[in-house]
Design a binder for this molecule. Structure first.
Ligand SMILES: Cc1cc2nc3c(=O)[nH]c(=O)nc-3n(C[C@H](O)[C@H](O)[C@H](O)COP(=O)(O)OP(=O)(O)OC[C@H]3O[C@@H](n4cnc5c(N)ncnc54)[C@H](O)[C@@H]3O)c2cc1C
Length: 495
């Protein structure tokens, strides 16, 4: 991989995918410029500050830390010396209407925890770890390679992985086979929500996600996961990468079907040899690609694709610290009905599930002493649903706060809120450029995966590469980092 100072690479968006590619290509000697619409780096992984309270805008679970370590290494940096990590044990609390469980990565401890909460159901845990571990070791390598040609689908890796694809089973079908009890099955299938999918629709192969959690653990980063993006930008800058904040790309510059640069919002043209798009894939196709160019990802065809659900968010500065776990998920009484209502999208469920991030219990840097930065995420319909978020947002906020007081372990919450921000699915689209407010991008069904997902070497335009959650390998920080590494390798291989 001989460095080539002369080759210019332009990156649209400083989210995790764009920053990964930029820092690696910067290290390899490319001349890289990143254009970011917002005032700060990170995209959905940015930091929000309200008064003296600091929050992660999006990601709060760091999984497969080894992938982060690897992309830092590729950029000549050591994640352990630049960031402070804490592996969380137990990982989280899952609260049902009649019981709660706190999963741990210690196999013996997990068996005891299952026996405590679901007596007599603990014996199949070891089988789950052994079988899903085998699935992971066959499938994960398939996510590390690009699918830019049909030939790449014929790889030996993919051939060996075929029996592990669980083609005819949903995640719930597959894992309820081990655990029988519905609530114990939810303990291992709610992770479909990390992809913004229903456990009853999500392909069974994603059983690798609960396996990854239970085997490799989940991490907090002191200061918030947004620190990762900030460090990536610093590493990139150290390699001479220029990051232009508050600089929106209005359009790609095209020479036929070949991308030759970008046009900025102020009309300035910037030329480059290769362009990497990290902006939300579907949104970018509808906004920065001039009309009439695309065949496969036209606005009309995108309108027929399947997308993830959205999230209704509250970021609360609270003048006390609740003695609650770092992560808790509170399930609706009828979880399946709630999930079905999210994907039907007619209305906000009366009985809804929510996630509470309470990092101040672990990390004192996020709020003034004795106070806390609390983040609430409620999986919700995306903008294809019928909810009018502008009209109903405040009412939904009131219902969420009431639920936190009644079911979320924060009985006097409303009296202690001293700073607040709300993000609805409508805000995700309007303020954060997320297509249909679908926070986890294109859905991960078989028809939208691997060769059938937008490819890292974009099949529709020359000299154009795609990174981020809407592209291969998919949504979630480790796979997004992987997309940045794959794109950087594809560009490097051009030389
Ligand atoms: C609420 C929420 C919770 C999540 N939780 C987790 C989690 O716990 N763990 C996990 O692994 N993943 C999580 N994710 C998923 C995923 O990791 C993040 O969404 C991640 O930030 C997506 O990264 P990305 O590279 O796709 O780009 P994005 O973060 O979407 O960044 C794209 C960037 O492009 C910029 N941009 C867009 N258009 C333009 C333009 N025209 N010109 C210039 N710049 C432009 C945007 O401003 C943005 O900065 C979560 C996501 C959300 C929304």
């Amino acid at each position: 991989m001989a460095p080539k100072k002369t080759k210019r690479v332009l990156v649209v968006g400083a989210g995790p995918g764009g920053l990964t590619a930029a820092m690696i290509l910067g290290k390899r000697g490319y001349e890289v410029e990143v254009f970011e619409k917002q005032l700060e780096v990170g995209g959905r992984n940015a930091r929000i500050t309200l008064k003296d309270f600091h929050f992660d805008l999006g990601p709060t679970f760091l999984m497969l830390k080894e992938v982060l370590d690897r992309v830092f290494e590729e950029a000549g940096a050591d994640s352990e010396s630049l960031l402070r990590f804490k592996r969380l044990e137990p990982m989280y609390r899952l609260q049902f209407d009649d019981r709660q469980i706190e999963p741990t990565t210690d196999p013996e401890g997990m068996k005891q925890e299952i026996a405590r909460v679901f007596p007599g159901r603990e014996s199949t845990y070891e089988r789950f770890i052994a079988r899903e571990g085998a699935r992971f070791s066959r499938l994960y390598p398939c996510l590390e390679q690009p699918y830019h040609t049909l030939r790449s689908m014929l790889s030996l890796r993919l051939f060996k992985a075929l029996p592990h694809l669980a083609l005819n089973k949903s995640l719930y079908d597959l894992l309820s086979g081990y655990f029988c009890d519905p609530k114990l099955s939810f303990t291992f299938t709610f992770q479909a929500k990390y992809l913004g999918m229903s456990p009853w629709e999500c392909p069974g192969l994603f059983a690798i996600i609960p396996y990854i959690e239970h085997h490799f653990g989940i991490y907090h980063v002191f200061g918030g996961l947004n620190r990762i993006s900030e460090k990536m930008a610093e590493i990139a800058a150290g390699h001479g990468v220029k990051v232009h904040l508050n600089t929106s790309v209005r359009s790609l510059l095209l020479d036929g079907r070949s991308v030759s640069g970008v046009v900025l919002d102020d009309g300035r043209e910037v030329r480059g040899d290769e362009v990497i798009i990290n902006a939300d894939f579907a949104q970018a196709m509808c906004t920065i690609v001039p009309p009439g160019i695309l065949r496969k990802y036209t606005p009309e065809r995108l309108a027929k694709k399947r997308f993830s659900c959205s999230t209704f968010m509250l970021y609360l500065g609270v003048d006390k610290i609740y003695q609650m776990p770092h992560h808790s998920i509170v399930f609706a009484r009828d979880y399946r009905k709630n999930v079905e209502e999210i994907f039907k999208g007619d209305s906000f469920s009366d009985d809804f599930s929510f996630y509470v991030h309470n990092p101040s219990i672990t990390d004192e840097s996020l709020a003034p002493a004795g106070q806390s930065a609390v983040y609430i995420l409620v999986p919700s319909a995306n903008l294809r649903g019928k909810i009018d978020w502008n009209r109903d947002g405040q009412d939904i906020r009131a219902r969420v706060l009431e639920a936190l007081e009644k079911r979320g372990g924060m009985p006097d919450l409303r009296r202690h809120i001293v700073a607040e921000k709300m993000i609805t699915p409508q805000n995700w689209q309007n303020d954060y450029n997320v297509y249909a407010g679908a926070t986890f991008n294109l859905a991960h069904n078989f028809r939208q995966m691997l060769y059938l997902r937008p490819r890292n070497q974009f099949e529709e335009l020359d000299h154009c590469y795609l990174v981020g959650g809407g592209t291969h390998p998919g949504s979630g920080l480790p796979t997004i980092y992987q997309s940045g590494l794959i794109a950087a390798n594809l560009i490097t291989a051009l030389n």
